[in-house]
Design a protein around this ligand. Structure first.
Ligand SMILES: [Zn+2]
Length: 1041
């Protein structure tokens, strides 16, 4: 990140005694004072329960681990902020919940299965399947993957690490009936499936729903306590919609597609008719089949467009890249929720990179203490109101009137605004970061810690993986966040485990080999994890010699499980990031995995899903233990053979980590990708030992969470490490039958340790109107957020159901939503054979198709290798919306014309990039195309591409088999231009590195699996094309319930 600057004094910009003013902050990351170690941390006592490791335990206060921060500043000195006048001790419950009644479970049955291809043969609303959805049961009975019910070993009393971390410092004491640590299974998708069942939970459409449809216009904002819509004469006060009621028919509207139907002219409803888009179906020329003009189908060729309609309405809201709701119109009643059919919830990316020019300000309340609501623990935000001449403030979430602390008092002006408002970013900005005082810690903030667990068996050597990993780590050593506190350590393994003593007094690292895999012990525990700045030269020497140390290794075994336990023992005192590099199937010791393999006979049976979940409970148990000790795991897997990513990935899934998969890795071909992605992983700004909670207004609550994390309590996400590349999705439900407020508020709070050693709380606050009108919900829908939540639910469903079931569930949910929407309009309009949908959801159908064709969900046995499927699933569970949408509907651009032009500005090309529909029809055999899904490029050479283009780009390789050719910049203008284009495309998003795969038209099977299978609009194999998909959905929408 380049923010570490060893010579810079820390905290000079923000004295701890300063009044709570905001300091504009250069970025969203904790970048100030990288070496600002204000502590001389006291390592907690080591875990006593881990056998031989006890010898390592330094007494409290020891810094034997080499963790010796030197900065004497006492920024977070307890004496400074230990007595805030209004601070309620943590025991008072910062995260107290509203004691509201449980939302009654709505009756539902899982959707019947509908084949993705062909006419809709099923009755979508039938619920013959009587078993409840098992996908979100805490413990799928068929597979022994859960934790033992007995959870005593989860938090051994002797382990003095952050057990109380969240509870005492960040969250409220919960009712005693709640477990202090929810079982892992339920954490992933919440055990409360009956409240708001993720995918299968469709509420049956009432046959008479049409008759109940409100015919009144939007009552937005809704009227509290009343369901009576405003009289027709009162036009909605929501300005964004004024003028939206009678949009002109666009002259440019493609044939067959009506945009924003104006409604019946002259009627009472004139000017108030709903807007919607539609597709007309008719016979296609030359065919008796009904169809629709393909060109008229909507396509998201602009990629994800961040919603901004509310930015004007609610300028105080946080930016949408931090928090997006699936609809920004919150339903006021549970009956509305049940008619919404799409997921109701939010997608949170708490550390998203700030929009340029909108850095998140940092606020230090110092001795005043952080201002929070006494009752619900909401943080002060732009939506609180001040009264009583400035002496009181009213909480926007629970309405409690709080005292304003003396230090925080300011007079109000004539309009009731605080006179110091412009110096208070926490009262004017939707996103803000508070410096947390010691009350928010149960131990001194941990130093950034990177631990590497590296496979050195023969395949790791031969693939070149070890060499690339060693080189990359070495090149990043000086850019790891948190200098000079950063800690580092290494373990390598094959059939034995190799430890490395990196003590700073050594000139060479010392290697110790442990071959007893059954009784792991850690030799020299104090010197395996060292302070990077002190041991910099030993670590550098080690990395230089690592590849050669094992270059002749012929060991084929992998004692992965025992090595993982050893790493856990070394790390458990501090926590941190564990990066695992695994090149083979774990074969020895605990956690060894067998070649379960991918069995074609299992597909289509009720055993299919078992392939996609870990078989050995070891992995989940380890993940739980790792999370408990603030360890996040990133798994890098490389093998060309089956490595059981389903099991390995579990480690990342429950620890807030990430899975990187490089099947069939060869350093000569894939080295650049690994180098880039590992570098980013190591140097991106990281939030450590974090917990996150999202509060929301009275009457609604989050009922399930989806992503890579573990739930620490019903609503507290444990995130040992978080960064800008991670997003989390959650579903909402109403706790009350009827919401009586006009607005609801959401507040994301991420408590974490910055790499500089400061404890911080990042807050994002957002408000949204409550509506009583279903069409308003649809109008304010956010397809990106919906698809994001949809994807996570569908992927989760593949862990307990057949792939086909997961796909059908996606399709049926879209059908239900569109049917409901159609019913809304059927009364007023003669819809005929038209398919109608809200403008806001015009891409939903296509994204639904793309999701069904995505690697985790597509086809069956033959359509994706099992490991690849599982790895993609883990990746997609964590992706921010923008990346996910790009992966689902990648960009396809043609570049040969540009390359042939004598001049041409690459930047201009990229700025005006014309993305093409993802269909084979877009490919002209005279052209050169780039396909970019954010993870890779496929460069397609048309058969009739002018030979000089191929010659210029490929040199003498132009006639060779392209699978063996790698693209490099050659000494000609065309080649340089192409390189610049690719570089420009990569710069759009740095989270992953796109490698180039070259393919020639007609070169099979490569063309098929690299490109054709990803052209989501085409009908390939047994999957539907876009047109068929639309027709299927349209037919099912038209069917009577
Ligand atoms: Zn409150």
């Amino acid at each position: 990140m380049g923010t570490e600057n060893p010579g810079r004094p820390s905290f000079s910009v923000r004295p701890s005694s300063a009044p709570p003013t905001a300091t504009p902050f250069p970025s969203s990351g904790p970048l100030v004072g990288p070496e600002a170690s204000s502590f001389r941390p006291t390592p907690p006592a080591p875990p006593q329960a881990t056998g031989p490791f006890v010898s390592s335990g330094p007494p409290v206060g020891s810094d034997g681990s080499g963790f010796r921060p030197t900065a004497p500043l006492r920024f977070n000195d307890p004496s400074v902020s230990s007595t805030p006048t209004t601070y309620i001790p943590p025991t008072a419950g910062p995260f107290q919940r509203f004691p509201t009644p449980q939302f009654p479970s709505t009756a539902q049955g899982p959707p019947a299965r509908a084949p993705p291809v062909g006419p809709p043969l099923v009755q979508p609303f039938a619920s013959q399947v009587s078993t409840p959805p098992v996908s979100f049961r805490p413990q799928p009975p068929s597979v022994p993957m859960g934790f033992p019910a007995q959870r005593a070993n989860f938090a051994p009393p002797s382990m003095n690490v952050p057990q109380a971390f969240s509870d005492s410092s960040f969250s409220a004491p919960r009712p005693s009936s709640q477990p202090s640590f929810t079982p892992v299974d339920s954490s992933y998708s919440s055990a409360r499936a009956t409240l708001q069942p993720p995918l299968p939970g469709y509420v049956n459409t009432q046959p008479n729903a049409v008759a109940q449809l409100p015919t009144m216009p939007s009552s937005y904002p809704s009227y509290p306590g009343s369901y009576v819509p405003p009289p027709p004469t009162s036009v909605s006060s929501f300005p964004a919609h004024q003028g939206g009621f009678t949009p002109p028919m666009s002259a440019a509207t493609p044939p067959g597609m009506l945009s924003q139907h104006p409604g019946p002219p002259g009627g009472v409803m004139q000017g108030l008719a709903e807007e919607f888009s539609s597709l007309s179906f008719g016979s296609l020329p030359g065919s008796i089949e009904p169809g629709v003009d393909l060109k008229a189908l909507p396509r998201p060729l602009e990629g994800d467009v961040e919603p901004n309609s509310f930015a004007e309405m609610y300028p105080l809201n946080c930016h949408s890249r931090y928090l997006r709701l699936t609809t920004t119109a919150i339903p006021n009643s549970s009956s509305l929720v049940s008619r919404w059919h799409l997921p109701l919830g939010a997608v949170v990316c708490p550390l998203a990179e700030a929009p340029s020019g909108e850095e998140v300000p940092i606020v230090n309340f110092a001795s005043t203490g952080i201002i929070r609501c006494r009752r619900c623990r909401t943080y002060v935000n732009p939506y609180v109101t001040f009264t009583d001449a400035g002496r009181k403030w009213r909480c926007n979430i629970c309405s409690l009137l709080n005292d304003v602390p003396g230090d925080y008092f300011a007079h109000l002006d004539a309009t009731g605004r605080r006179i110091d408002l412009d110096q208070r970013p926490e009262l004017t900005k939707g996103s803000v970061e508070f410096v947390a005082p010691t009350e928010y810690m149960v131990r001194p903030p941990m130093p950034p810690l990177y631990f590497f667990l590296i496979d050195v068996s023969i395949s790791a050597i031969r693939s070149g993986m070890l060499e690339v990993v060693a080189e990359t780590i070495k090149s990043c050593l000086d850019d790891l966040p948190g200098f000079p506190r950063t800690q580092i350590g290494f373990i390598t393994y094959d059939s034995t485990i190799h430890f490395y003593n990196m003590k700073s007094s050594l000139t060479q690292p010392q290697m110790m080999v442990v071959s007893d895999l059954d009784d792991i012990f850690v030799p020299l525990p104090d010197d395996l994890l060292v302070n990077l700045s002190e041991s910099r030269s030993v670590v550098g020497t080690f990395l230089d010699s690592l590849p050669t140390m094992f270059q002749d290794n012929v060991n084929v075994e992998s004692a992965f499980g025992p090595a993982l336990k050893a790493a856990f023992m070394v790390m458990s005192r501090l926590g941190g990031k564990l990066l695992i590099f695994q090149n083979s199937l774990p074969s020895l010791g605990v956690g060894r995995l067998k070649l379960r393999g991918d069995d074609v006979r299992v597909y289509g049976t009720d055993k299919e899903h078992a392939l996609r979940i870990p078989e050995d409970p070891f992995y989940k148990q380890m993940a739980a233990d790792l999370t408990k000790f603030q360890i996040a795991v990133n798994v890098y897997a490389f093998s060309d053979k089956y490595t059981d990513i389903a099991s390995l990935g579990t480690l990342a899934k429950y620890t807030g980590g990430q899975v990187y998969y490089y099947p069939n890795f060869l350093s000569s071909l894939h080295g650049a990708k690994l180098t880039h992605e590992l570098s980013r992983d190591l140097t991106r700004e990281t939030a450590w030992e974090a917990v996150m909670r999202v509060r929301c207004g009275k009457g609604i609550r989050f009922t399930s969470y989806h992503g890579n994390f573990m739930l620490r309590s019903t609503d507290l996400l444990a995130l040992p490490a978080v960064d800008c590349d991670k997003a989390y999705a959650m579903q909402l439900s109403l706790e009350e039958t009827l919401l009586s407020t006009q607005t609801v508020y959401f507040q994301v709070a991420l408590l974490y340790t910055a790499s500089c050693g400061e404890r911080r709380i990042r807050i994002h606050t957002l408000s949204a109107p409550v509506v009583s009108d279903l069409s308003e919900m649809y109008r304010q829908a956010d397809t990106g957020a919906i698809v994001s939540l949809f994807s996570r639910l569908a992927i989760e469903k593949t862990l307990s159901h057949k792939l086909e079931d997961a796909r059908n569930a996606v399709q049926q949910r879209i059908v239900k939503a569109l049917k409901e929407y159609r019913n809304l309009h059927a009364v007023q309009h003669r819809l005929g054979a038209r398919m109608i949908y809200p403008e806001s959801l015009k891409y939903l159908t296509l994204y639904g198709l793309a999701l069904c064709k995505s690697t985790p969900l597509r086809g069956g046995y033959a359509d994706a290798p099992l490991d690849e499927r599982c790895a993609a699933g883990y990746t997609m569970m964590a992706l921010p919306i923008k990346n996910l949408l790009k992966l689902l509907y990648p960009s396809l651009i043609r570049v040969d014309d540009f390359l042939l032009k004598p001049s041409g500005d690459v930047k201009e090309l990229l700025d005006n990039m014309k993305r093409l529909p993802l269909a084979a029809e877009s490919l002209d055999s005279r052209g050169l195309y780039i396909y970019d899904d954010g993870f890779r490029f496929v460069i397609w050479f048309g058969k009739m591409l002018p030979p000089d283009v191929a010659m210029n780009l490929l040199g003498q390789d132009f006639a060779a088999e392209l699978s063996k050719v790698s693209l490099s910049t050659r000494d000609n203008e065309m080649s340089r231009k192409l390189s610049k284009i690719l570089e420009g495309l990569r710069m759009i998003d740095l989270s992953y590195h796109q490698l180039c795969h070259l393919v020639r038209q007609g070169e099979q099977p490569r063309e098929g699996f690299l490109l054709l299978v990803n052209l989501v609009e085409d009908q390939i194999g047994g999957s539907s094309g876009y047109m068929d998909w639309v027709l299927q959905i349209h037919r099912q929408v038209q069917q009577n319930p």
